[in-house]
Design a protein around this ligand. Structure first.
Ligand SMILES: CC(=O)N[C@H]1[C@@H](OP(=O)(O)OP(=O)(O)OC[C@H]2O[C@@H](n3ccc(=O)[nH]c3=O)[C@H](O)[C@@H]2O)O[C@H](CO)[C@@H](O)[C@@H]1O
Ligand SMILES: C=C(OP(=O)(O)O)C(=O)O
Length: 428
């Protein structure tokens, strides 16, 4: 087990390259199951969630080759192998194995997913969608059993706007008979990425990126080549780091339109953000103003940037209120920020940040992926050294995290935790 040591107080400058989107990659890899020929996906982020999914596909018989940032998946040897435990519990997006296996084999036995613990993360809308397509669904001993004689297109109204349910239904519907209409669908850019790969395989999909998606399922789907869109959450994290400590940082290989809600908030705080074709330049200053933020479904402010931006708001003068309307309990980072001296109160689904207080390096624990990013941002800002444990969460979603930060001028390094430290962590 590793910990990250972050020495605060160093300004950041230079360029950082953004990798492919985690939340696309983890859907596109299972999508390859649906094809009847090899699928190649490029601009793959080299993160642990991708490694786990590649292994899950091998577990069910796929021939998977990883070559740098490209993955080639030959799905022709896949069989509907049950995946009750183990890897499926290590990540959230293993739930896409349900839609993909159901679509291809009309049968799937998949354990309930893991991923970031953000409070309750039900999958009732995924199940409602599978049932509408004609599957019977049962939940036994922590596994979801899906069975169908055939899948038939249906009209499905999502009670809650859900990224995972929208994609999972798209996957199953791509091989259902006839037309599926998903209403109140999620509109995140990753949904469009999934629609693009399924269309390249031969499904006919209209409306991805709006709240009504129409899918004409096909009996067979072909292989294809696909390039993953840039990771807007990774990009947003570096924009926030630059806003915290940046002299002048260029965040490259991005789609700036995907980051409009963050750009607007940073500008409101007094950060200079210059938007270019496929990059943004961020220049910070020492007189940032607190702002209020509410997380919303896309194109609103993403919940995945709520935790990182909270660390920045600790620097800004005045009071800021950040409200998470997607995950009411996504506040495990707050206690850790308090250990570093931040003045933050949580009430219901809001955190009130009394900013402008100098943070001090401390021993803190990352409880999930973006909590980890938030604590490193706080560490960049703080006096002294911050010790961040739970680094495996950060590795789920950020490729070459330390290398990219070192290149920007940050000082941080990874250390192995002693057995005693690991034992203490278990009980903390
Ligand atoms: C792998 C992946 O892409 N993860 C992202 C995905 O997670 P994930 O797909 O799990 O998130 P959803 O969009 O499904 O969740 C949004 C909200 O809907 C609720 N809900 C969801 C499904 C359901 O069946 N029932 C239900 O009540 C959730 O509890 C949550 O309050 O979108 C989240 C919201 O943008 C992001 O934070 C995650 O980074
Ligand atoms: C919550 C996240 O990931 P996951 O849904 O994979 O747990 C995230 O990326 O911030």
């Amino acid at each position: 087990m590793d910990k990250l040591m972050v020495e605060g107080g160093h300004t950041l400058s230079g360029q950082v390259q953004i990798n492919g989107a985690k939340n696309s990659a983890v859907a596109l890899i299972p999508a390859a199951i649906l094809a009847d020929a090899p699928v190649q996906v490029d601009n793959l982020p080299l993160i642990s969630d991708v490694g786990i999914l590649a292994d899950l596909l091998r577990d069910i018989g796929a021939d998977v080759e990883l070559d740098g940032e490209a993955i080639t998946i030959d799905p022709r040897t896949i069989t509907p192998t049950p995946l009750p435990n183990g890897r499926v519990k290590k990540m959230r997006a293993s739930y896409y194995m349900m839609g993909a296996m159901l679509g291809k084999f009309k049968k799937a036995d998949i354990g309930l997913p893991g991923g970031c613990n953000l409070g309750p993360r039900p999958i009732d809308q995924h199940i409602k969608g599978f049932e509408a397509l004609g599957a019977t669904v049962s939940n036994e001993q922590g596994s979801i059993f899906l069975r169908a004689n055939e899948l038939r297109g249906a009209r499905i109204y999502l009670d809650v706007v859900s990224v995972g349910a929208t994609i999972n239904i798209m996957l199953a519907a791509a091989r259902a008979k006839g037309r599926t209409v998903i209403e109140n669908a999620a509109k995140e850019p990753e949904i469009i990425d999934v629609a693009t790969i399924l269309s390249s395989m031969g499904a006919v999909i209209k409306g991805a990126g709006t709240d009504v998606i129409r899918i004409e399922g096909q009996e067979k789907l072909t292989g294809c080549n696909h390039t993953i869109i840039p990771d807007r959450i990774e990009a947003g994290t570096y924009m926030i780091m630059a806003a915290t400590m940046g002299k002048e940082v260029t965040i490259e290989n991005i789609i700036p339109d995907h980051l409009e809600s963050l750009t607007a908030k940073l500008q409101e705080m007094g950060v200079e953000v210059t938007v270019q074709d496929d990059s943004v330049v961020v220049r910070s200053n020492n007189d940032l103003k607190g702002v209020d933020i509410k997380t919303l479904v896309h194109p609103g402010f993403p919940t995945d940037l709520q935790q990182p931006v909270t660390a920045l708001l600790a620097k800004a003068r005045g009071t800021s209120i950040i409200t998470d309307t997607i995950y009411n309990a996504r506040f495990k980072h707050i206690d850790e920020l308090r250990r570093m001296g931040a003045d933050i109160k949580v009430e219901g689904r809001s955190a009130m940040i009394n900013g402008g207080i100098k943070l001090e390096g401390a021993r803190v624990k990352a409880s999930d992926l973006r909590a980890g990013a938030a604590l490193v941002i706080a560490g960049l800002l703080a006096d002294g050294v911050t010790e961040v444990t739970g680094v495996h969460h950060i590795d789920r979603g950020y490729e070459a995290f330390e290398d990219k930060l070192l290149q920007l001028g940050a000082r941080l390094w990874r250390e192995k935790m002693t057995e005693e430290e690991q034992e203490q962590l278990k009980h903390s």
